[in-house]
Design a protein around this ligand. Structure first.
Ligand code: HMG
Ligand code: MG
Length: 306
């Protein structure tokens, strides 16, 4: 890891709780609860909220109400609501739902690609190319995800050069931003910074976002390392909800409250009201019947109770 980089004045956060956070929940979360969650998140100052996914309802039953979520959602003009789309079938349904942004996803490991998408990395790039072309032709923005950028649950080590090649491919397909996912949370700060710098050398740091999971307690440290490498966009999930159904052992995404607290403490603006965000996180955690995974939310709750 090299020396301390300059910290940015502001960071954009991409809230993924309603999709990445809820997708693995076994008990169906009522559509009205999801819609209220997304709307309240929009009132906190977040400007990008991933709302749902148009994946197979057999594969991910929790997201089966995607069309209803998008129909009932009162969309704010100052918030983007990307939805995850795996293939042309999902794109057609997302298009009918009137989305203005989609997210496509591939993996940096062959084994995870088979588990998550039932195809090779090369085949997934072909699928994504078709989806991206169809969406861009309709004026719909396309965000890209690469999973397992710092480790795979089946293959272990993932070479940063593979991530860089795939990021190049997604950029060439027209993805305006590429989110680098440490899906199983095994990354550490040195590896994060080296990987981010290598990938940025391929597509530019301004096109990259970081998507860290806190499974090994490394997420905030990894975000800090990525900040030092010049990254200014991070995905996070309110109350630390989530885990990928196809990544054994993957726990929650880094909690948005924790990221906001750290960034504000560093003097980096996010535009997010932490009090409002904490209240939203506490309410969805209460609905799910378990404590918030946000350390900041828990500490603030303990302070209020004292
Ligand atoms: P496939 O096996 O190639 O599908 O891929 P297929 O075309 O052979 O179709 C199989 C069946 O699924 C058919 O139904 C299709 O109609 C149906 P049948 O004829 O057997 O009744 N189907 C669909 N139905 C509705 N909507 C669709 C759709 N596509 C196929 N869009 C596929 C199947 C991979 C698309 C499917 O298995 C799927 O949707 N899987 C879910 C993948 C997923 O949601 N994974 C989690 C999200 S990724 C993630 O969490 C990681 C990330 O957050 C980053 C990180 O955390 O690091 C992004
Ligand atoms: Mg995730």
């Amino acid at each position: 890891m090299k020396g301390q980089g300059r910290m940015p004045a502001a960071v954009r956060l991409v809230e993924v709780g309603p999709r990445d956070g809820l997708q693995a929940e076994k008990t169906p979360v009522p559509t009205a609860v999801k819609v209220a969650l997304i709307e309240r998140l929009g009132d906190t100052g977040l400007t990008t909220i991933e709302a749902t996914s148009f994946v197979s309802p057999r594969a991910v039953p929790q997201m089966a109400d995607h069309a209803d979520v998008m129909r009932l959602l009162r969309r704010r003009a100052d918030v983007a609501y990307p939805v995850l789309v795996p293939n042309l079938k999902g794109w057609e349904q997302a298009r009918q739902a009137g989305v203005s942004e989609i997210a496509v996803f591939i993996s940096a490991s062959e084994a995870f690609s088979r588990a998550n998408l039932n195809c090779t990395i090369a085949a997934s790039l072909e699928r994504v190319a078709a989806v991206a072309a169809a969406a861009l032709a309709q004026g719909v923005r396309v965000r890209g995800y690469i999973s397992c950028v710092l480790g795979c649950p089946f293959e272990g080590h993932v070479a940063p050069s593979v991530v860089a090649r795939l990021a190049r491919a997604l950029a060439d397909l027209g993805c305006y931003e590429i989110s680098l996912g440490d899906t199983i949370g095994t990354g550490t700060p040195g590896a994060t910074r080296d990987m981010v710098e290598l990938v940025a050398g391929e597509v530019g740091i301004g096109r990259l976002a970081g998507h860290f999971h806190d499974t090994y307690g490394q997420a905030l440290a990894n975000i800090h390392a990525a900040l030092q490498a010049g990254m200014t966009v991070f995905d996070a999930s309110v109350a630390g909800l989530g885990g990928c159904p196809y990544a054994p052992g993957a726990t929650g995404n880094v909690a948005t409250e924790d990221v906001v607290y750290m960034l504000h403490g560093m003097g980096i603006a996010t535009g997010v009201d932490l009090d409002k965000l904490r209240a939203v996180g506490d309410d969805i955690s209460r609905h799910l019947g378990r404590p918030s995974q946000s350390r900041v939310a828990r500490a603030l709750a303990a302070r209020r109770a004292a």
